[in-house]
Design a binder for this molecule. Structure first.
Ligand code: ADP
Ligand code: MG
Length: 459
């Protein structure tokens, strides 16, 4: 190791300033701020990170840039290595030799609590309560489970794991649970936060070497709710901490509520023991909405907005916007806002105009099931024959047409399409697509038929 680090320290200081300017204050503070120069060894600068997690991150994201800048600053340096070492571990005699060592010595930081770390719970949206949640077939199970948890004095199932696609009401239900409990039992500690925020808090605790407080904070709550847990997939250290927190709470029979976009067993990048643990309580999924539910949600929402929306418009929206509730609400908001602005009543024409772009995007989403149904009706065969092994021309041809249309009108891959047709191989689908293209080229009547089907499905 080199005798005097002061020249390198000065260089490191300039490199830090440069990096701060390049990546911005927030990012810098999280990742590069806690780094320090711990030594130089045979032309290699050793930069210490306080934890392995941070070291890995810095290596992956910033090492090249740090190396380039350091090498430019010091002509005798050839490389940079990131090691895991707390600033305090820097050899004391060297610190004495180089008085400009370790910026804002981290020893004083050790005991300081992370700033702004008061209430870890994220704010709750006042609209997200049980009263405003419209129940239908697709969400009744998740709703009932959420209510049970909210009303119970002892965790009825632990954890409650809610999952479903984007915008289908997971966050709404979690906030509703929190509201309900806070209202009835003001002294129970309920914490709701996103998995991302959890991760962020944890990393901050690591950085301030304050993981004890972090652990206490989470392990002393009555109800812990972590939203969108898929976001900690692939983050080993966070998963590890989450796993321990989770176990501690469940062992004490304190309620844990988790949400994700997939079922526990489908969560990729998640440690196996955590995945299986997440599925131990009650797993409740929220399905895609159906028309009835969309219509009641719209009616409910229009009511709350105090807007006069003709039934026809509500039906039109419920029919057209099938993606998720968030988009549905957004569409209604736009229609109402527009009408208020231009001072006119809401009409079907105005609605179509205002939502032009949105409607087009939703139009393109034809499902394979819809295609199968329409094609079966058109050729007068049973829908079941779309999946059956029967090879008679009278059913095989329509099946091929449906596969062809599925390829044309959806973004599904050949194997996915094959699966939806009674688990057929992707080569069968490919063959069907070619066959129909051939027939269309030689038989104008048939081609017209297929075009007609296509137009019907696109509308
Ligand atoms: P997720 O967390 O599943 O992505 P959110 O809970 O954020 O979805 O819901 C998206 C929007 O849709 C929110 O404004 C929410 O209030 C609304 N919403 C979802 N489901 C319902 C429902 N069943 N009744 C009323 N509003 C709903
Ligand atoms: Mg959500």
């Amino acid at each position: 190791m080199s005798e005097d680090l002061s020249a390198y320290d000065a260089a490191w200081g300039r490199v830090r300033d440069r990096l701060r300017a390049e990546i911005g204050d927030a990012e810098f503070k999280s990742w590069l701020g806690p780094l320090h120069l711990c030594g130089v060894d045979h032309g290699k600068a050793l930069i210490g990170a306080p934890t392995r997690f941070m070291g890995d991150w810095v290596r992956r994201h910033y090492l090249d840039r740090i190396t380039a800048l350091m090498v430019k600053e010091c002509s005798d340096l050839g490389s940079v290595e990131i090691t895991v070492k707390k600033a305090a571990e820097r050899a004391p005699q060297r610190a004495a030799e180089a008085p400009r060592a370790a910026p804002a010595a981290s020893a004083s930081r050790k005991s300081a609590a992370p700033p702004g770390g008061g209430d870890v719970s994220a704010p709750l949206d006042p609209r997200f309560n049980f009263d405003n949640f419209v129940v239908g077939k697709s969400n009744e199970f998740a709703y009932a489970a959420a209510r049970r948890v909210a009303e119970a004095n002892h965790a009825p199932f632990n954890p409650l794991f809610l999952y479903g696609g984007v915008g289908l009401g997971k966050t709404h239900l979690m906030h509703a649970i929190a509201w309900h409990i806070r209202e009835r039992h003001p002294n129970r500690r309920v914490i709701y936060l996103s998995a991302e925020k959890f991760m962020y808090q944890f990393i901050r605790a690591l950085r301030y070497q304050d993981t004890m407080a972090f652990k206490d904070q989470f392990r002393s709550v009555d109800v812990l709710m972590i939203d969108d847990v898929q976001f900690i997939s692939g983050r080993e250290t966070t998963q590890e901490e989450f796993f321990h927190t989770f176990n501690a709470l469940v062992d004490q029979n304190n309620q844990v509520v988790i949400s994700a976009d997939k079922s526990p067993s489908d969560l990729e990048g998640m440690e196996e023991r955590l995945r299986s643990r997440l599925g131990w309580g009650l797993v409740a999924d929220i399905h895609q909405t159906d028309y009835e539910l969309r219509l009641s949600i719209l009616a409910n929402k229009a009511d709350r907005l105090g807007a006069q929306v003709p039934q026809k418009v509500l039906e039109f929206l419920a029919h057209k916007i099938t993606s998720n509730v968030r988009e549905l609400e957004g569409a209604l908001n736009r229609v109402v806002a527009h009408a208020t602005l231009v001072g006119r009543d809401i009409s079907l024409e105005a609605t179509q105009e205002v939502l032009h772009d949105l409607l087009r995007a939703n139009d393109r989403r034809v499902t394979i099931e819809e295609i199968q149904k329409q094609v079966a009706e058109h050729f007068n065969i049973r829908i079941a024959d779309m999946h059956s092994a029967r090879r008679a021309r009278a059913v095989a041809r329509p099946r091929q047409v449906a596969m062809y249309l599925a390829k044309q009108l959806t973004t599904r891959s050949l194997p996915e399409i094959g699966r939806k047709f009674g688990g057929r191989d992707h080569t069968t689908v490919m063959h069907a697509v070619r066959k129909i293209e051939e027939l269309r080229a030689t038989d104008p009547g048939f081609s017209e038929d297929v075009d007609l089907l296509r137009r019907m499905l696109e509308n």
